[in-house]
Design a protein around this ligand. Sequence first.
Ligand SMILES: Nc1ncnc2c1ncn2[C@@H]1O[C@H](COP(=O)(O)OP(=O)(O)OP(=O)(O)O)[C@@H](O)[C@H]1O
Length: 256
Amino acid sequence: MTRIMAIAAGKGGVGKTTTTVNLGSALAKLGKNVIIVDTNLTTPNVGLHLGMHGKMTTLNDVLEGNANIIDAIHIHESGMRVIPAGLHMRYLKTTNPNRIWDTVLDLFGSADFVLLDTPAGLEEGAKAVLNAGEEVLIVTNPEIPALTDALKTVRMAYESGAYVVGAVINKYRKDPKALRKEEIEAMLDLPVIGIIPHDDEVRKSIQAKNPVVLRKPKSPGAMAYKRLASELAGVEYTVPAEGLPVVNALKRMFGV
Ligand SMILES: Nc1ncnc2c1ncn2[C@@H]1O[C@H](COP(=O)(O)OP(=O)(O)OP(=O)(O)O)[C@@H](O)[C@H]1O
């Protein structure tokens, strides 16, 4: 079974792309078959901080019939396959997302995980990517503005019919005044399934275009990403028969 998971945040800069590349690399290191689709519409060809530059064939080119999908696939040294999506909004709006994933999966036969990096913000692009994912992993920081946007993203994800597997708190610092895990869980009405510390090695690795799980595998940030990957690889989430969970926090905030 292929798990198609959108990595979403709401607020920019919280570490969504950092989480996508490190989670993907850590899952690949666990022997999982991983495809990352870079759907960051604002910067279609950045290659997820992976050192992929220049004009690259994108999934968009493939869907327009101008390129072969084989040219849009880049094998990263971790073993994961990266597809720069460069998806034009009109594709995400008009194309059945299943067609996109069918195109991708046809080529490979299968994958364990397809991770979709979601554009920042709460705009149409983010909504479209959430629609395309079956599961959503929320990345946030332990601060009220980021949590407020995360909550709005959770709402968007539920509206799109996706299953929200949980939240990852990134850039966590030990500080007596910091929000505790339990407080964040209560606010989002979601389990926190990963806590990634604020770690300068994580930042330096992104700058070096080499995920921290490969560059400094024993650093606190890398260890935390590897724990998150094990957690996600080991746990099979299924949508409950009675439907998606009612989000109490959303009820309080939005009166839905
Ligand atoms: N755990 C961490 N510790 C220290 N720095 C981090 C950590 N996670 C991410 N960063 C740094 O924070 C910055 C923003 O990260 P990133 O680009 O992943 O955010 P983003 O949510 O994808 O942003 P956007 O949506 O705007 O593209 C980067 O400079 C990155 O190196």
